[in-house]
Structures are given as structure tokens and as C-alpha cells.
Design a binder for this molecule. Structure first.
Ligand SMILES: Cc1cc2nc3c(=O)[nH]c(=O)nc-3n(C[C@H](O)[C@H](O)[C@H](O)COP(=O)(O)OP(=O)(O)OC[C@H]3O[C@@H](n4cnc5c(N)ncnc54)[C@H](O)[C@@H]3O)c2cc1C
Length: 235
């Protein structure tokens, strides 16, 4: 804090749309705990650097943000929240939305291999006529349906104002794990054809590597579950 202003210093990696945004919502450590600030990206001392060489989410811009004595007035401070409650409250809502995305990715992968295994003829019969393939396809449908029901129930709890962060962690963990496993399995069922972008399984699998990491890594969501069960914070 500097008189009526605030001066922000620091850096943050992996910010979606950091190079495109006109404002950044910044959660900063202050003498009075964590507080939120709205920072115009044309402020002096603000720099956004695009991160290149990504193998995942290549259609989305990801940036590193740097703050070098960025000065903002007190009116830029979010007035009604202090501490981790603010950012974590946003994250719980965003993570609920994320539980749905991987379901769509998994559905697209299953749809694609249903078509492919029906058309791919091996030794005079469709690939889909093998029990080993059908067992995998049926198991994918089971896992997708379970994830749909989980997100649907979470949505009902959200509507009723009863959704708990640990429930969101469980669903984010489950649905990302479900989708990345299905995308990789579909990539395998596509054989050599699965390694090209001609088919979408490998693209979904690579994108899901980001989704399983952002908005809380899988490990961290598992640890949230462990804390709920044991009452012990292990992270
Ligand atoms: C494409 C993309 C877009 C993103 N967009 C945004 C964005 O818009 N805004 C934003 O704020 N962030 C964004 N992120 C950041 C994302 O949320 C972080 O990358 C993620 O939270 C992991 O943090 P980290 O990369 O620092 O990994 P680390 O925290 O360094 O973790 C590395 C590994 O260690 C594990 N680990 C960490 N702590 C523990 C522990 N206590 N016990 C056991 N294991 C542990 C993790 O699970 C992980 O496997 C984005 C990331 C990506 C990839």
C-alpha cells in the first residue's frame, strides 16, 4: 500500500488469455491478507508474455504475467473479500463447469471409435465384432454415463445452494480421469490411424492433459478428498 494506491509486484505463469485481456483479476498478498485487484493490462509495469511450444490446448492463448511496480488506485481493489475465500470461491464455480467439458470430449472419442470399429474390416469382419472391443466400448459408455449423473446431481445441489467444494473436487477428479483414460483407449483402438490429427482422440487426450492439471491438479483434488475423510490436511 502506498498512500491511497497499491503497488503490485510479482509474476504468475499459465494465465489463459493473458495476452488478449484488457484487465487482469489479480489476487495479491497484502499486509492485510490476500486481496483482489482489477488491473488494466495497459498499466505501466505490466507485461504479458505468450507461452509457446504447448502440446496441449493449442487453440487457447496461455501467458506468463509480470508485475513490476504496477500502481493501481484503491478503487481497483475488490472491497468485499479478504483471504483465500475469494479466489477459492471463484474456483469452486469454475471447477463445477469444468466437470462437464471432459464428458463432451469422451463422448466425441466414443462416437468416433464406434464409427471406426464398424467400418474397419480385419480378417473379413468389422473390428467391432470382437468381444474385447465391445467390452471396452461398453465400459466407456458406463464411465461416461456415471460422469454425466455426477455432474447432473452436482448441478442440482448448486441450484439448491448446497454444493460443497469437496463434492466439486471429487467430480472434477473423476470426470477428467474418466475422459483422459477414454481418449487414450480410443487412440489405441484407432491403431496407427489414432496417432494423426485425422481422428480427434489424440487431440482430446492431449488437451485433457491440461484439463486434468488446471483448476487444481488431480493429486490436489485427491488430497481434498483425503482431508474430508480423515480430517487431516496433508498438503
Ligand atoms: C493451459 C493452462 C491454462 C491455465 N490457465 C490458468 C488461468 O487462467 N489462471 C490461473 O490462475 N491458472 C491457470 N493455469 C495454471 C494451473 O492452474 C496450474 O498449472 C496448476 O494449478 C498446477 O500448478 P503448477 O503448474 O504450479 O504445478 P505444481 O503446483 O508445481 O505441481 C506440480 C506437480 O506436483 C503435484 N503437487 C503439488 N503440490 C503437491 C502436494 N502438496 N502433494 C503432492 N503433490 C503435489 C501436483 O499435483 C503436480 O503433479 C493454467 C494451466 C494450464 C496448463
Amino acid at each position: 500500500q502506498d498512500g491511497a494506491d497499491w503497488i503490485i509486484n510479482g509474476a504468475k505463469m499459465w494465465i489463459t488469455n493473458g495476452n488478449l485481456a484488457h484487465i487482469a483479476i489479480v489476487w495479491a498478498q497484502t499486509g492485510d491478507g490476500i486481496q483482489g485487484f482489477i488491473v488494466p493490462t495497459d498499466s505501466a509495469g505490466f507485461k504479458a508474455q505468450e507461452i509457446h511450444k504447448k502440446m496441449s490446448l493449442r487453440a487457447s492463448v496461455t501467458s506468463a504475467l509480470f508485475f513490476d511496480n504496477v500502481r493501481v488506485p484503491d478503487s481497483a481493489r475488490l472491497p468485499n473479500v479478504k483471504g483465500l475465500k475469494g479466489p477459492l470461491g471463484c474456483l469452486t464455480q469454475a471447477r463445477y463447469g469444468i466437470t462437464w467439458g471432459p464428458i463432451g470430449a469422451a463422448q466425441a472419442c466414443l462416437r468416433e471409435v464406434l464409427d471406426y470399429t464398424a467400418e474397419r474390416i480385419l480378417f473379413g469382419r468389422p473390428l467391432a465384432s470382437n468381444q474385447a472391443i465391445q467390452l471396452k466400448l461398453a465400459d466407456m459408455a458406463r464411465r461416461i454415463t456415471t460422469a454425466q449423473l455426477l455432474s447432473l446431481q452436482l448441478g442440482r445441489l448448486k441450484d439448491a445452494g448446497k454444493m460443497q467444494p469437496t463434492q466439486v473436487s471429487l467430480a472434477k477428479w473423476n470426470n477428467c480421469r474418466m475422459a483422459i483414460d477414454i481418449a487414450r483407449q480410443c487412440r489405441d483402438i484407432l491403431g496407427g490411424a489414432g496417432i494423426t490429427t485425422e481422428h480427434s482422440a489424440i487431440r482430446h487426450a492431449l488437451n485433457l492433459e491440461s484439463v486434468i492439471t488446471y483448476e487444481g491438479t488431480e493429486t490436489v483434488h485427491e488430497l481434498v478428498g483425503g482431508r474430508e475423510l480423515t480430517g487431516i490436511n496433508a498438503f
